[in-house]
Design a protein around this ligand. Sequence first.
Ligand SMILES: Cc1ncc(COP(=O)(O)O)c(C=O)c1O
Length: 374
Amino acid sequence: MRCVPLFDLSPIHEGLHDQFLDACNAIIHSGNFILGPTVEAFERSVAQSLGCKFALGVSSGSDALLLALMALDIQTGDEILCPSFTFFATASCVARLGATPVWVDVCAEDFGIDVKDAERKVSSKTKAIIPVHMFGQCCDCQAIQSFAQRHKLWIVEDVAQAQGAQYDQRQVGSWGTIGAFSFFPTKNLGGLGDGGLVATNDIKLAEKVRCLRVHGAVQKYEHIYLGGNFRMDSLQAALLNVKLPHVNDYIQQRRRNAQFYQQQLGPLEPLITLPKELPSRYHTWNQYTVCVHNDQRNALQSFLEEQGIGSAVYYPKTLDLQTCMRDVSTDKGIATHGAHTLANEVLSLPIYPGLTLEQLEYICTTIRRFFEKQ
Ligand SMILES: Cc1ncc(COP(=O)(O)O)c(C=O)c1O
C-alpha cells in the first residue's frame, strides 16, 4: 500500500541539512543564545518582505497574539470580535487578559470572519477585531478595514496560517494595526521548534512589544510593564534565516498542488465543495480544506486512512463550544451557524511542498473511488 502523510518536512529539509548545521554551529560558537544579532537579522528580513516598519521575533504565534493584545492594553471589560472557527490560540489570548471574546461567524467561501455578523455583534465595549487568515488565504481585508474604521477598532491580524498571502498585492500582517505570525513547523515558514513574530507600522506598539517580551523591562531590572518571557531563541532565528529565502518557492509548490486538486476534484462538486482563491487575493494554501457534504466527511477520512492517506479535521469543535470558554463569552456569541456547519464538514488533504505528482494522483483517485462506491 502506498502511503501519503498529511504533512512531511523531509522533502524541503533534505537539501538544507548542511546550512542548518552551519547556522547552529555559528550560534554555538557565538555564545549568544537569546535574541541578539541573529534574531535582529531575521526581524529585518521579515519586515522587509512584509513591507512593514517593525518586526519583533517572539517565542510562538500564541505569544505573538497575546503580546499584540497586551500592547493594545486589552483588559477586563473589553470585548474582542473573534471568529469561532479557528485555532484555540486566537481567542485564548483574549480570555487570558480577562477580556471577552465575542464569537463571530465565518464565511464558507474563505473561512474568514464574516463582517456582516461582526456588524451585528459590535458594541460600545468592543476594542478590536481579530481576523484570522485561515488555511493560507486572506480574509476580506478591505471590508474589515472599513468596518474597523467605522467603529474605531484595532485590527489584530492572526497571520499564523498565511504568511505570504496578499490582498490587492499587499502582504497580510501589514493590513491591520498589528499582525501575529507563527513559525510552528507546519506553517508556510516553519521553524524547527516554536517561534513567532509581531509586525506593525506603529512605533509605539513596536517599542511596547519589545519591552513586554523581556518582562516589561526598559533596561535590566527596570520593569515598567507586567510583561513576560516571550523571547525568540537565536538558534531558532538562525534556522529560520536559512528557510526564509525559500518561502516563496514553498508557496509556489503549494499553489501548484492546489491547482492539481482543483482540476482533478472539480467534477466531484457538489458532493464536496473545493476551496477557492477569491479575486484580489493571493492564496498560500497552507491547508487544502474541502467541505464534504451529506454527512460523508468522517467516512471519507476513514477510507483515506485505510488507503494510507493522511488527512485532518481543522477544526472539529468551534471555540464557542469549548468547555473553558463557556463562562468567558457573552450570549451575543451564540449565533455562529456557518462555523458549526464547517466544523462538521471540513477535511484537510496533504498539500505540503515536495508532494509528488504520483502522490497527488493517488489521493485524487482514492477520493474519486470513495464517491463511486456511494
Ligand atoms: C490560526 C492560528 N493562530 C495561532 C496559532 C498559534 O501559533 P503557535 O502554535 O506558534 O503558538 C496557530 C497555530 O497553529 C494558528 O493556526
